[in-house]
Design a protein around this ligand. Structure first.
Ligand code: NAP
Length: 415
């Protein structure tokens, strides 16, 4: 970094968490960014983490107290999880510092408290990296679409699921085999539950709902369905139907009132849809505005460098004094708004243990829109459009006998 860039007035940045994203952020800052200077790195077991490429003037510490001192302007929280990340962010904000974080769970579940603290103590809170990694979707919605009225947000927001679903579509391989491969390659965590079962995407779509509609919801109220249990027969059925399987997160603003319709889980989308065209760890977010139509954001949703780009963009916004706008726009007043199920949709079903699933469904008032060839003793069909309640009733009817719903994927409408 040149002496020029070290000039007084540059924002003093303390990095908390020197892992995948933290190291990428440090590399960008050490390379020299006008208006920013890295002054502290905080991580447990510093002796193990210390690297030679960080200049000697940067102070390494194991104590978060060292980053709450007067000579630090912004704390970048990149340790992840809730404990101690949440408490450390609280303390930084209470000390009047600004905070930048990539922590989706903290923003989705504790955003009200954190944004209130930031406003009360005059700090700014940047969270661009908490959704879709390097894709600037928060700023894109908050600033680029500020004059529109966002009515729907759909996204492929979890790279781990997208990698697994893409692999299973390309060859008839078992779910467990692809998952083990994803873990070996570092694409999936040792405990992949948050990704596979939708909790990661649930937090992200809750954040997008707050940003897009100004409607804050309790993330836990958004129903998630897991991608576990999908088999090659489902991917073959998807191809027959001209569709791809994707884990899609959807949020729609309820018109004429309050609330949000939202869901996360595997669905069938047309192969022509932009949602079907993201591969591997790419993310896509489609935002429908009442005035401007649909805007798409696509790019790398994970990885140290892409995510670090979003973190440093937040730091630059704070350095320019632009971070207050994002901090002030996040809705914090009142109770979270109600989450409702999505509207009526057809469902692809794979049913085992019964050869007359269609007849049983018809008896309970659910017509079959299309029958597919069976696979391994299973019945595969597409129902007529069902509301969530009708779907529950229909599956309840089947489950009363020997039938088991082995897979149930809604077919969704997406551009
Ligand atoms: N990686 C991505 O692609 C990505 C994308 C978008 C968002 N994010 C988010 O970015 C954040 C960081 O993710 P990451 O992938 O960089 O995680 P990571 O590689 O696991 O790094 C976390 C770092 O924090 C340190 N740490 C953890 N707990 C600590 C504690 N109690 N005290 C001190 N240091 C502690 C870890 O130290 P040790 O080395 O000792 O474990 C590690 O260096 C998370 O919120 C994540 O959800 C990540």
């Amino acid at each position: 970094m040149t002496m020029e860039r070290e000039a007084a007035g540059a924002l003093a940045v303390a990095l908390v968490g020197f892992g995948t994203v933290g190291q990428s952020v440090a590399r960008i800052l050490v390379g020299g960014v006008e208006g920013l200077r890295l002054v502290r790195i905080c991580n447990r077991h510093v002796a193990r983490k210390r690297v030679a490429w960080v200049p000697e003037r940067v102070h390494w510490t194991e104590s978060v107290d060292d980053v709450l001192t007067g000579d630090v302007d912004v704390v970048v929280e990149l340790i992840g999880g809730t404990d101690p990340a949440l408490e450390w962010m609280r303390r930084a904000l209470e000390a009047g510092k600004s905070v930048v974080t990539a922590n989706k769970q903290a923003i989705a579940h504790h955003g009200t408290e954190l944004f209130s603290l930031a406003r009360r103590h005059g700090g700014q809170l940047g969270f661009e990296a908490s959704v879709a990694g390097g894709v600037p979707v928060i700023r894109g919605i908050q600033e680029g679409l500020a004059a529109d009225e966002v009515v729907r947000i759909q996204g492929v927001l979890n790279g781990t699921c997208n990698f697994i679903l893409s692999e299973m579509a390309s060859s008839p391989v078992a779910f467990e085999t692809v998952l083990a491969d994803a873990q070996a390659r570092g694409y999936a965590e040792a405990d992949p539950s948050a990704d596979l079962d939708g909790l990661d995407a649930q937090a992200k779509i809750a954040i997008l709902s707050a940003v897009g509609f100004g409607r804050r919801v309790n993330p836990s109220a958004i129903v998630c369905r897991s991608i576990r249990g999908l088999e090659s027969a489902d991917f073959e059925a998807a191809r027959t139907l001209g569709c791809a399987v994707r884990q899609v997160s959807t949020a729609e603003r309820v018109e004429h009132g309050t609330g949000v319709r939202a869901a996360v889980g595997p669905v069938l989308v047309s192969l022509q849809s932009r949602l079907a065209q993201v591969e591997g760890s790419e993310n896509v977010v489609l935002v429908d505005g009442a005035r401007g139509g649909q805007i798409g954001f696509v790019g790398l949703g994970a990885g140290g460098d892409p995510t670090a780009v979003a973190v440093v963009a937040d730091l630059l916004a704070i350095a320019r004094g632009d971070g207050h706008a994002a901090t002030d726009r996040f809705p914090i007043d009142g109770a979270p708004q109600a989450v409702q199920p999505m509207g009526a949709r057809p469902y692809y079903l794979r049913v085992s243990g019964s050869t007359d699933a269609a007849v049983q469904l018809a008896a309970s008032g659910v017509s079959t829109a299309r029958s597919l060839d069976g696979a391994n003793g299973c019945v595969r069909l597409v129902t007529a459009a069902l509301t969530a309640a009708e779907f529950e009733a229909a599956t309840g009817t089947l489950a009363a006998g020997p039938a088991r719903i082995a897979a149930a994927l809604p077919l969704i409408d997406a551009a």
